[in-house]
Ligand binder design. Structure first.
Ligand code: PMP
Length: 406
């Protein structure tokens, strides 16, 4: 199956007026020759491209869709709020109701601040930590992604050393390296940033060692630094109370985004009482941060998640998918690794250092109607029923056959 006619025509037009035809994480040219660049609609666990081809969606728009595309409760909240306005001269009462619900849901939250995306949320966390401590240095795990701004960027031209002058790197899951980084920062250490598990691109995912998580908490306490959990990627999928709540490790600040509002642009920072003063003193804002439609969608999404069925559904779907893929790989004689939480799966092949095999597999999967990524983790939603997973597995079997025959 080659690319469709509409897809090819759109690519040609986009090449003339959009940088590179597409930029950033959704630029298919960076990961596939077979994925459609253009997607025109979605419903539940399915999306359709410009040529009307259907895909079972394992990316969920790279995370945002947690209860499925066009979830009726979220759509109703959006339509209802649109009837009154979106970008108004102040916050809507919905924002207060939503903040109350988020604070009630997240264990380490005494307050919530809303913004637009994960980068805003992480930037706000760092600024708050610096304001609270009067210090500058920030510990960041090597390879971790915290947003596409020069202060965090992990790659790319146009970023200067000065942009990251106050970042000190440590190795994820290596407490001694975090301690060494803290020693290097000395009395200037403001914050320790960490993701709930290791989900850097182009490497197998790695669950957090609970001892490491507890050790970082203790390190922050010893040094007076602010512990910032970057929960942007995992937001709500692992545990509504926060991704480290099952470990009993509470951050001082948490950054949220991706699926907060099931696809509407929304980010949030939550924090503990001790940082209420600092976050109140810093100046952070944006023209669209108080947009009423995304906040209404966020409230509807969290309300739906708190009904309690979505997370177990995702976990069951993820386990079913993992078991099915493992069986298929074995039947085709392929050695694969499946890493990370089952709700945010990642698959890689043995002896595939340059991702050629997994890319061929992903391309074969998309040609069979499963939208997934070769070297970025995937995401499940509560629209991924057993039937959807079984339909996905029917299609991925052929993809294993393609790479097994190479
Ligand atoms: N932190 C993490 C862990 C992320 O995965 C991302 C987005 N991939 C960000 C921050 C930045 O979020 P956004 O793209 O919404 O600005």
């Amino acid at each position: 199956l080659g690319l469709g006619e509409q897809e090819l025509a759109l690519r040609e037009r986009a090449g003339r007026v959009i940088p590179g035809g597409m930029y950033g994480h959704m630029s298919v040219s960076s990961f596939s020759t077979a994925h459609p660049q253009f997607v025109v609609s979605g419903e539940g666990a399915r999306v359709w491209d410009a040529d009307g081809r259907e895909y079972l969606d394992l990316m969920c728009s790279w995370g945002p869709m947690i209860i499925g595309h066009r979830h009726p409760a979220v759509t109703a909240a959006i339509v209802d709020q649109l009837g009154r306005g979106d970008c108004l001269d102040g916050m809507t009462p919905t924002a207060v109701e939503y903040a109350e619900l988020l604070v009630d849901t997240v264990a380490a939250a005494d307050w919530a601040l809303f913004c637009k995306n994960g980068t805003d949320a992480m930037t706000t966390c760092v600024t708050t930590a610096r304001a609270a401590t009067g210090r500058r240095k920030v510990l960041v795990a090597r390879g971790a992604y915290h947003g596409a701004v020069p202060g965090f960027a992990v790659r790319g031209e146009g970023v200067t050393a000065e942009d990251q002058a106050h970042l000190v790197r440590y190795e994820y899951n290596d407490l001694a390296s975090a301690q060494a980084a803290a020693d290097e920062a000395g009395s200037d250490l403001a914050a320790i940033l960490v993701t709930p598990f290791r989900h850097d691109i182009k490497r197998d995912q790695e669950m957090v060692d609970p001892e490491f998580a507890r050790g970082l908490r203790a390190l922050a306490d010893r040094t007076g630094a602010v512990l910032v959990l970057d929960d942007v990627r995992a937001t709500h999928r692992l545990d509504l109370a926060g991704s480290w709540e099952p470990l009993g490790v509470r951050p001082d600040l948490s950054a949220w985004s991706k699926p907060l509002a099931n696809g509407q642009p929304l980010g949030a920072v939550t924090g503990v009482d001790a940082l209420r003063g600092a976050v109140g003193r810093i100046y952070v804002t944006g023209s669209f941060w108080t947009g009423a439609v995304p906040l209404a969608a966020g409230l509807a999404t969290l309300t739906e998640l708190r009904r309690g069925e979505a997370l177990p559904t995702m976990e069951r779907a993820g386990s079913r998918l993992r078991a099915g893929l493992a069986a298929q790989a074995a039947a085709h004689g392929c050695t694969i690794r499946q890493t990370g939480p089952v709700q945010m799966p990642m698959l890689s092949f043995a002896d595939d250092p340059d991702f050629r095999v997994v890319t061929a597999w992903a391309e074969a999967a998309v040609q069979r109607g499963v939208y997934l990524h070769p070297w970025h983790n995937w995401f499940l939603s509560s629209a991924h029923t057993d039937e959807v997973i079984d339909a996905i597995l029917e299609r991925t079997d052929g993809a294993f056959a393609v790479v097994a025959g190479r």
